[in-house]
Design a protein around this ligand. Structure first.
Ligand SMILES: [Zn+2]
Length: 482
């Protein structure tokens, strides 16, 4: 059996985060709404209507290009992509073909060991989405199909990578990095469940060590990053088997069937000429004014890679912590708004990535809606760092803050959670504990450090759990030495 190398290029559609559609003023909030309640003559392709480009959509598309390091074309052209399908009322989709608005960018992907690698982006163009066909209503299968045009005309960017991806893990890393960038830049919500981000994969194999690309299959219907990974691994095995048996891979479009965990042939791959592209005569060429482009470029915020570097440099966080905090922009924003001292940054990061993140997941609410303010969390962490409360107490206070939005300092008093750090009091408890546990006391004096555990336990019991543990440990050592 020969050994093969996987060659993958990804085409990602991302919905631009506009309030209205690409060429009309219908709202884009049609997901889950009554079918055909977000439509007008333009997005349903009625005769005599004219499309007008949504300025905000163009702005977000250009921002995506800037964030992905693409060159922006001074002039781009909208083209008609002709095909017939019942969810496409005009029988053509307005897209861009020969002159897309941006090309030649790229992004860095990282593997588990932290090695980075660049995946080039071939082009980004704007296009409108199609509608949606329904073949069932609820559990009831229909013997006819219904069409919902709420989504028709929704603004998308299609981001086409170069075939630089060599494994399903790299594909996963690419999609993760792309999603992070689009979300940080405010270009797209990238919610795959709502269809805001979709991916098609072109995959081919070639004998390891050779340059020439093999024949590729295009895989559609990949509705999660996990499925992209599974489908690529499946395709690799399928194509390798064909090649090993002396067969030839057919250029075709295949559908991923998540239930079966397999791809199946859908149709032979269409070529560009099948679509009879031509410039849309209803839309003027898009001239990107240089000053406007500069403004759009300046609107790109700090991106995940830059933020990770800053968290490490400014706050001394580890790669892992920086990674977790930047996976979602809002989480990192929360950390930065708490503005911790460098010394307590690590504890705050831990608290956010464990306690806070855990709570966000279990309650399933976005961080913007929680009753706790970043500065309050920072002050809670400060209370543990200075020994005023124990880490267990901090968790108790945290869940009370979550319920009431109260200030941690107030809650320390209210819940009686302040630790006792009075050395005199702790020494007295230690003497009492040593007297009550003569065997352990003797072992300790004889140098058996393990015996300290039962004395610590006794002191905690005497103090009703309020003795500062670090202090207790230190003072026990001093007491047995003396
Ligand atoms: Zn409309």
């Amino acid at each position: 059996m020969a050994s093969y190398e996987m060659v993958v290029g990804l085409e990602v559609h991302a919905q631009l985060a506009t309030e209205s559609k690409l060429f009309c003023s219908c709202p884009t909030d049609g997901f889950g709404a009554t079918p055909n309640s977000r439509i007008c003559p333009v997005c349903t392709g009625q005769p005599g209507v004219l499309p007008v480009l949504n300025r905000r959509a163009a702005e977000l598309a250009f921002r995506a290009a800037a964030a992905l390091g693409c060159r922006i074309a001074p002039v781009s052209i909208f083209a008609r992509k002709n095909y017939f399908y019942p969810d496409l009322p005009k029988a053509y989709q307005i897209s861009q073909y020969e002159l897309p608005f941006s090309e030649h960018g790229g992004l860095e992907i990282r593997d588990k060991e932290g090695h980075t690698q660049r995946v080039r982006i071939h082009r980004i163009h704007m296009e409108e989405d199609a509608g949606k066909l329904l073949h069932a209503v609820g559990a009831e299968k229909l013997d006819y199909s219904l069409v919902d045009f709420n989504r028709a005309g929704t603004p998308l960017v299609e981001i086409v990578s170069e075939p630089d991806i060599r494994s399903s893990d790299e594909a996963y890393a690419y999609l993760t990095a792309l999603k992070e960038i689009l979300q940080y830049a405010g270009v797209s919500g990238c919610n795959m469940e709502k269809g805001e981000m979709r991916c098609d994969a072109n995959v081919s194999l070639r004998p390891a060590g050779t340059e020439k690309f093999g024949t590729r299959a295009e895989i559609k219907n990949l509705n999660s990053f996990h499925n992209v990974k599974l489908a690529l691994d499946y395709e690799f095995a399928r194509q390798a088997e064909i090649l090993d048996s002396g067969g030839r891979v057919v250029q075709e479009t295949r559908l991923w069937d998540a239930e079966r965990g397999a791809t199946a042939s859908m149709r032979s791959k269409e070529e560009a000429h099948d679509y009879r592209y031509f410039p849309d005569p209803d839309l003027l060429p898009l001239h990107a004014d240089a000053a406007w482009v500069e403004r759009v470029k300046a609107s790109v915020p700090e991106l995940p890679a830059q933020r990770r570097a800053r968290l490490a440099a400014e706050f001394g966080l580890s790669d892992y912590d920086a990674e977790v905090l930047t996976a979602e922009r809002a989480l990192g924003d929360f950390f930065l708004e708490a503005n911790p001292e460098r010394g307590s940054a690590k504890t705050l990061a831990n608290f956010i990535t464990t306690e806070l993140q855990g709570k966000l997941n279990s309650e399933n609410i976005p961080i913007e809606e929680i009753p706790i303010k970043p500065l309050q969390l920072c002050s809670l962490v400060g209370l543990t760092n200075t020994g005023i409360i124990s880490s267990k107490g901090a968790k108790e206070i945290f869940s009370e803050m979550w319920k009431t939005g109260k200030d941690p300092k107030e809650l320390v008093q209210e819940l009686g959670l302040a630790q006792v750090s009075d050395e005199g009091q702790i020494k007295a408890w230690i003497q009492e504990a040593l007297a009550a546990n003569p065997k352990a006391a003797e072992d300790l004096r004889g140098g058996k450090e393990r015996a300290a555990g039962s004395i610590v336990g006794a002191v905690m019991k005497l103090s009703k759990g309020k003795a500062n543990p670090a202090l207790v440990n230190r003072l026990i050592k001093e007491a047995v030495k003396a």
